[in-house]
Design a protein around this ligand. Structure first.
Ligand SMILES: CC(C)(COP(=O)(O)OP(=O)(O)OC[C@H]1O[C@@H](n2cnc3c(N)ncnc32)[C@H](O)[C@@H]1OP(=O)(O)O)[C@@H](O)C(=O)NCCC(=O)NCCS
Length: 132
């Protein structure tokens, strides 16, 4: 019988929307990166995808279910992966995962994830249907 090679290594879910490096100015006295800095990168990554789907202006209306699994060290490559969960009338639910690549061993580890809700707006700030 032929052996099947099953790779159960966890991998990022969604598309790579944003990539950056955690710099010293983003850390606290213990050398860990601030959670708020990561959330701002996740918000940007989700906005890139939401704006593409809505083909226009989008704003964050909610951030749900954030969880941080492990600290991020300065020098890590930070990658934000986005995945559309649902598209409503004017809203889009987007899951964002953050994975880091350690500078020393190049191992990729998931550090946080959260659900971001964006709303599509017109030029006057009124909600605008996504599937117009
Ligand atoms: C986005 C905004 C225009 C929505 O106004 P609103 O009066 O709640 O509008 P609606 O009730 O029609 O909701 C619009 C959509 O957002 C969704 N929504 C609103 N609040 C939500 C929440 N807390 N969680 C999830 N979805 C939400 C609604 O379900 C609706 O989805 P649908 O159109 O797909 O059915 C308004 O809340 C706003 O301007 N907020 C500030 C956004 C902002 O500036 N963000 C950046 C902060 S720095």
């Amino acid at each position: 019988m032929k052996e099947v090679d099953i790779d159960d290594t966890p991998t990022p879910r969604g598309e790579l929307s944003l990539q950056t490096v955690a710099m010293p100015k983003e850390n606290n006295a213990k050398g860990d990166i601030f959670g708020g800095w990561l959330v701002s990168k996740m918000d940007l990554a989700a906005m890139i995808l939401a704006s593409r789907i809505a083909k226009g202006r989008c704003v964050t209306v909610a951030i749900n279910g954030m969880a941080f699994y492990t600290p991020v060290q300065v020098g890590s490559v930070v990658s934000c992966y986005t995945d559309v969960l649902e598209v409503g009338r004017s809203s889009m639910r987007i899951n964002v995962e953050v994975w880091i690549t350690h500078a020393d061993n190049f191992e990729q580890v998931k550090v946080t994830e959260g659900e971001f809700v964006f709303v599509s707006l017109d030029e006057k700030g009124r909600t605008r249907p996504v599937k117009a």
